[in-house]
Design a protein around this ligand. Structure first.
Ligand code: HEC
Length: 122
């Protein structure tokens, strides 16, 4: 009996962070690390300010995503953005010029850079 109480308690505790996030109580993600990852890997195409106008963008059609276009960004669900970063644009039906980063970045780094690009323009 006490074993079940312990298991139930452990399950509840593990759900707490989720509940906090759902209510918007979670602290805002730290975007500093994300900014550094962005500077190292994404500016070439997406541009210094994330407007999709980096030096590498001139020949690209469609243009790299403009992260300051909040209306456009709001249309793409978070999991799809994450998938685009991990597996490349082709995996989400976007341009194949958007590289896959799963071999270059850890999942934590992808989450950090995603938090950063979602903070651009806000
Ligand atoms: C070689 C150029 C290039 C680099 C480097 C690049 N991207 Fe992109 N990215 C693109 C292009 C082009 C698109 C536009 C895809 C489209 O609209 O079809 C895009 C689109 C995206 C999208 C939106 C996908 C969607 O569903 O529309 C995200 C998110 C993204 N890039 C994140 C990143 C991140 C984060 C990095 C750095 C880790 C990065 N990109 C580096 C070219 C690049």
């Amino acid at each position: 009996m006490t074993r079940w109480i312990a298991i139930a308690a452990a399950a509840l505790v593990s759900l707490l962070p989720l509940a906090a996030r759902a209510e918007g109580n979670a602290p805002p993600p730290d975007t500093k690390e994300g900014r550094l990852i962005f500077e190292d890997n994404c500016i070439f195409c997406h541009g210094e300010q994330g407007k999709g106008n980096g030096v590498g963008s001139w020949a690209l059609r469609p243009k790299p995503a403009n992260f300051t276009d909040l209306e456009h960004m709001a249309k793409i669900p978070g999991p799809a953005l994450r998938k685009a970063i991990l597996q490349g644009g082709k995996a989400v039906g976007a341009s194949r010029a958007m590289p896959a980063w799963k071999d270059a970045l850890t999942e934590e780094q992808v989450d950090a850079v995603l938090a950063y690009i979602l903070s651009i323009g806000k």
